[in-house]
Design a protein. Structure first.
Length: 517
């Protein structure tokens, strides 16, 4: 055999560089479901079904195109596995295949890259990494952007990307005259709520998905989450249907209510496209192109279209750039030296905090919650409690269908937990219950009072918020974006309220973490 082309579970695009120059008479494709990848974090059942089902569909599509595919499928009996890790399964296949070279696209996880490199080195086998063309930019482009800059602002990167790819541009100026329309995109639903929202397009599990669901229910029965509502796209055709449906139905209000949350409404006007995008069932260029087309044809307003483009062309690319630029050291960063585990309710959803209970319901049912649940509910609470940023990342990797190391790590450890000391975000995302009350209806149905920081009814977010500011006052003092929050802290201290708040925060922390810090 000439080339053995390795295709990983998040590399399911037919136009991948891995297939450049493929000769079907001499080359074969290798794909493997392996126990280690399914269990190195305690993966949500939905995440497992998504990956395995999408991989099996892609395998069949490749075979229909005349490719030879060697596919290692997991069965319900772990003792029947040919190996537990990529290396073990590949080693057993290599004896039969004897390829001259391994070819693959850069993986989405540094750990996996290292594993394959060690494997090839040990056997003195050539391994060729190819650029991942799915993205609008490469790690090399990002390194060029970062070169000589003291701080890496997403906004600066995003403007560069808009210019480079000529997206929403009027010559050298942004369409509409402003680069950033975020000020239009922070509405809540007010008292009346969002009304009837039909949510993203959903898909009934087909035969392949059904088989995988049976496998996961048997083999990974103790993993978190349920499969009762599995309805994610698992093929390119389904992912494109979902995208077109989003552009037509949700995009017009996507921007305006981007940050809002509401009871029993996991998706609101969000696209739910992240899982399909990250497995490469969907091309981000199609997302950007169709959104811009909707604007040009008058079907969606600029604030929504720019907001959506900013997420795909800006945040998604920026986050990936950060990952490859700062790994492998990045994963070790822990700016505030936090060390706790995530609270138990992050696995079960059993808590009296209505916001956490609601958000967890979305996560357990759908392996999904939109960005404000992730940032201002789970991330906020973790940071206020002092959870280790890497443990928060591990939890996130377990529980979300769209979680892959390159995208989860900078978002969790960096943006949300400020573990990188300010590379991704210029200030820690912390707030009291006030923010959650403003952006949702959760507080009105909660046993706690979002305004109270002391006493039995004190909102955990509110008590822990003041406690966090007091604990880290010194290190936050040099951050000019924290000025107002620290002035408010000083007022609390001057009024003599701080000691009682911190005492209550200690009780809350003990109760949530189940032990003394
Ligand atoms: P929409 O709100 O409809 O946004 C459209 C698309 O923009 C998304 O599908 C996604 O591809 C992209 N996008 C938006 N924000 C980001 C971002 N910050 N980073 C990368 N892409 C972005 N996204 C993941 O895909 N995987 C993760 O593991 C992940 N971890 C996160 C952890 C935290 C703590 C936070 C705050 C955000 C995280 N995000 C992650 C980003 C974002 O929350 C999800 O992409 C989004 O909620 C997915 O839902 P959606 O498809 O409905 O997104
Ligand atoms: Fe969450 Fe506090 Fe509001 Fe309850 S009162 S929903 S705990 S923010």
């Amino acid at each position: 055999m000439r080339h053995l082309i390795l295709v990983l579970g998040d590399q399911l695009n037919h136009d991948s560089a891995a297939f450049d120059g493929i000769d079907d008479d001499q080359d074969s494709v290798w794909m493997a479901e392996v126990h280690e990848e399914a269990t190195h974090v305690w993966s949500h059942k939905t995440r497992l079904v998504l990956f395995f089902s999408a991989m099996r569909h892609f395998r069949d599509e490749l075979r229909e195109r005349g490719r030879t595919v060697h596919y290692h499928a997991l069965g319900s009996n772990p003792n029947a596995d040919r190996g537990k890790s990529f290396s073990e399964v590949l080693a057993s296949d290599l004896e039969r295949m004897q390829p001259q070279r391994l070819v693959a696209v850069l993986p989405g996880d540094f750990r996996v890259k290292q594993q394959f490199e060690a494997f090839a080195n040990e056997r003195d086998l050539e391994l060729e990494w190819r650029t991942d063309r799915h993205f609008h930019s490469s790690p090399e482009d990002f390194a060029e952007f970062a070169d000589g800059r003291k701080s890496l602002q997403m906004e600066t990167f995003y403007r560069q990307m808009r210019r480079r790819h000529n997206v929403l541009m009027n010559g050298d100026d942004p369409v509409g005259g402003a680069w950033n329309l975020d000020h239009d995109n922070r509405e809540s639903f007010g008292r009346d709520g969002p009304g009837k929202i039909t949510g993203p397009h959903s898909f009934r599990p087909d035969e392949i998905t059904g088989e995988v669901m049976d496998l996961v229910r048997k083999r990974f029965a103790d993993h978190p989450g349920t499969l009762d509502d599995f309805d994610l796209p698992v093929t390119h055709a389904q992912a494109r249907t979902m995208l077109r449906d989003f552009i037509r139905r949700q995009l017009p209000l996507f921007g305006t209510y981007e940050d809002a949350m509401w009871t029993d409404e996991p998706f609101l006007y969000h696209s739910r496209l992240s899982a399909a995008l990250n497995l490469k069932l969907l091309d981000p260029r199609d997302c950007v192109e169709l959104a811009v087309q909707a604007y040009k044809e008058g079907d969606a307003p600029l604030n929504s279209v720019e907001g959506f483009v900013r997420q795909i062309l800006g945040w998604r690319e920026f986050i990936r750039g950060i990952y490859w630029h700062f790994m492998p050291d990045y994963i070790e960063r822990n700016h505030f030296e936090h060390h706790h585990d995530v609270p138990g309710c992050f696995w079960t959803g059993e808590t009296e905090m209505a916001c956490v209970r609601q958000s967890m319901q979305h996560v357990l049912q759908h392996a999904y919650a939109h960005h404000i649940h992730r940032l201002m509910v789970f991330g906020n609470l973790s940071l206020l409690l002092g959870v280790h940023p890497r443990k928060f990342h591990d939890w996130h990797m377990s529980m979300y269908a769209d979680a892959i190391d390159w995208v989860s790590l900078p978002n969790t450890l960096g943006m949300s937990q400020h573990g990188d000391g300010g590379i991704v975000g210029t200030k820690p995302y912390v707030s009291s219950g006030n923010y959650i009350n403003k952006m949702s209806n959760f507080c009105s149905g909660c046993r706690y009072d979002y305004k109270s920081a002391t006493g039995e009814d004190a909102c955990p977010f509110t008590s822990l918020y003041w406690d966090f500011l007091a604990r880290h006052e010194k290190s936050l003092d040099s951050n000019h974006r924290m000025g107002m929050q620290l002035r408010n802290l000083k007022r609390k201290r001057d009024k003599g309220e701080l000691n009682a708040i911190r005492e209550r925060a200690g009780e809350i922390r003990d109760a949530l973490l189940g032990k003394k810090p």
